[in-house]
Write a protein that binds this ligand. Structure first.
Ligand code: FAD
Length: 387
C-alpha cells in the first residue's frame, strides 16, 4: 500500500492493530460485493453490528464503552473504510462523529447511558438531521421549529439528504427553539418510531449509491424535555460535530485515492498493449507519479491534523483546508485512475469509477468545496464573503 514517505513506520501498536483490523475487514467483508451494492443502491446493513463489534464507531471517545484511541488511529480507521467505499466511511462518520460525539459532548448523563453503548455496538443506528430542502450551505437559516409544550417540545419541519435516516432508530434533529429568546438552534434526540416522524428513502442518486440517504419529516412530533441535548445552544452544536466528521473525511479521502492508485498501478503492470504492459509507457508512469505525489501530500496533511487534534490545537479552519484539499485530490486522482483502466474503468468490476462517483457527494457534503474555500478566504483576509 502506498506510504511513500513511510508515515506508517511511526505508528504505535494500537494504531497498527486498528489499521490492520479495518484493512482486513474491508478486504474480506466489503470488497467482494461492494460493486453489487453500489449497482443496486443498497448498503450492506448486515455489517452494521459487526462494525460495532470491531469498534469502528467513535473509538476516539472516552468512556461508555469507547476505548479513547488516538486521533491517528481514528484517522487510519476512516482511511481504511473509505478505501472500501465512501458509503462505509459515511456510516461510521455519521454514527460516530455526528451522533455519538454530540451526545458525548453535550448530552445528559441519562442520554449518554441510554444511547452511547447501543450506538457504539451498532445495536442502534443514528442519523444527523441538519440540511433542509431550502437550506443546505446556509443551515443557520433553518426553518424546523421546536415549540415548548407542557414538559416537552413539539417539532415541525423537514430535513433532507440525511444519511441513514430510513434505517435509523434515532435522529439527532437540529431545530429552532421558538420558546427561547432569539430562537436558538438546539439538538433534539428524536426516536424515529414517534408519531409524526417519516423517513422516506431518496432513490435517484448516481453517487454514494452504497449508502442509504433519506428525508426526515416532522409533523407535530412530541418529545420530552429529556430528549433535548442540555449542554449546547446555537450553531456551535451542529458545527462542532461537523468539524469532527470532516476530520475523518480528510483522512477517508486519502483511502479512496490510495485504492484508486493501487488499482491503477496493478492494472498498468498487467494490461498489455503494443506487445507489453502499459506501465512501461511514460504517459502512464507520469500519471502514477503524480497520483502518488498528490496522495502523499494529502497524507501528510492528515497526519499533521491528527497531531494538532491530539494536543487540542486543531481549529475548524485547519479541517476546512484538509477536507477541501484531500477531497479535491481524491476526486481528481480517481478520474486519472479510471482513465488508466480504459473501458474496464467504467465498470463496477474495478473501484475507481465508483470512488469517482462517490467523490461527487464527498465534495458536496459536510460543507461544499466552495464553502470551505470561503472559510479559508475569511481566515486569510479577515473578510467573510458568505453572509
Ligand atoms: P446549496 O447550498 O444549494 O449549494 C449549491 C451550490 O451553490 C454549491 O456548489 C455551493 O458550493 C454553492 N454555494 C452555496 N452558497 C454559496 C456561497 N455563499 N458562495 C459561493 N457558492 C455558494 N446533510 C445532513 O444534515 N445530514 C446528512 O447525513 C447528510 N448526508 C448527505 C448525504 C449525501 C449523499 C448528500 C449528497 C448530502 C448529504 N447532506 C447531509 C447534505 C449536504 O450537507 C448538503 O447537500 C450540502 O451542505 C450542500 O447543500 P445543498 O445541497 O443544499 O447545496
Amino acid at each position: 500500500m502506498l506510504d511513500f514517505v513511510t508515515l506508517e513506520a511511526d505508528l504505535d501498536e494500537e494504531e497498527r492493530l486498528i489499521r490492520d483490523t479495518a484493512r482486513e475487514f474491508v478486504a474480506d467483508r466489503v470488497k467482494p460485493d461492494i460493486g453489487e451494492h453500489f449497482e443496486n443502491g443498497t448498503f450492506p446493513t448486515d455489517l452494521i453490528p459487526l462494525m460495532g463489534k470491531l469498534g469502528f464507531y467513535a473509538p476516539n471517545l472516552e468512556g461508555y464503552g469507547s476505548p479513547n484511541v488516538s486521533e491517528t488511529a481514528y484517522g487510519l480507521l476512516m482511511q481504511e473504510l473509505e478505501a472500501g467505499d465512501s458509503g462505509l466511511r459515511s456510516m461510521a462518520s455519521v454514527q460516530g462523529a455526528l451522533v455519538m460525539y454530540p451526545i458525548h459532548a453535550y448530552g445528559s448523563e441519562a442520554q449518554k447511558e441510554e444511547w452511547l453503548p447501543k450506538l457504539g455496538e451498532g445495536e442502534a443506528v443514528g442519523c444527523f438531521g441538519l440540511t433542509e430542502p431550502e437550506h443546505g450551505s446556509d443551515p443557520a437559516s433553518m426553518e424546523t421549529t421546536a415549540e415548548a409544550d407542557g414538559d416537552g417540545y413539539v417539532l415541525n419541519g423537514s430535513k433532507t439528504w440525511i444519511t441513514n435516516s430510513p434505517i435509523a432508530d434515532v435522529a439527532l434533529v437540529w431545530a429552532r427553539d421558538t420558546s427561547s429568546k432569539d430562537a436558538p438552534v438546539r439538538g433534539f434526540l428524536v426516536e424515529t418510531d414517534r408519531d409524526g416522524v417519516t423517513t422516506n428513502k431518496l432513490e435517484e442518486k448516481l453517487s454514494m449509491r452504497a449508502s442509504i440517504t433519506g428525508e426526515i419529516g416532522l409533523n407535530n412530533v412530541s418529545v420530552p424535555e429529556s430528549n433535548v441535548l442540555p449542554d449546547v445552544s446555537g450553531m456551535k452544536g451542529p458545527l462542532s460535530c461537523l468539524t469532527q466528521a470532516r476530520y475523518g473525511i480528510a483522512w477517508g479521502a486519502v483511502g479512496a485515492a490510495r485504492d484508486c492508485f493501487e488499482t491503477a498501478r496493478a492494472y498498468a503492470l498487467e494490461r498489455e498493449q503494443f506487445g507489453g504492459p502499459i506501465a512501461r509507457f511514460q504517459l502512464q508512469q507520469e500519471k502514477l507519479a503524480e497520483m502518488a505525489t498528490q496522495i502523499t501530500l494529502a497524507q501528510l496533511l492528515a497526519y499533521r491534523l491528527a497531531t494538532l487534534k491530539e494536543r487540542g490545537d486543531l481549529r475548524p479552519q485547519h479541517v476546512s483546508m484538509a477536507k477541501r484539499n484531500n477531497v479535491r485530490m481524491a476526486r481528481e486522482q480517481s478520474r486519472v485512475a479510471r482513465e488508466m483502466l480504459g473501458g474496464n474503468g467504467i465498470t463496477t468490476d474495478y473501484s475507481p469509477m465508483r470512488h469517482l462517483a462517490n467523490m461527487e457527494t464527498v465534495y458536496t457534503y459536510e460543507g461544499t468545496h466552495d464553502i470551505h474555500t470561503l472559510v479559508l478566504g475569511d481566515e486569510l483576509t479577515g473578510i467573510q464573503a458568505y453572509e
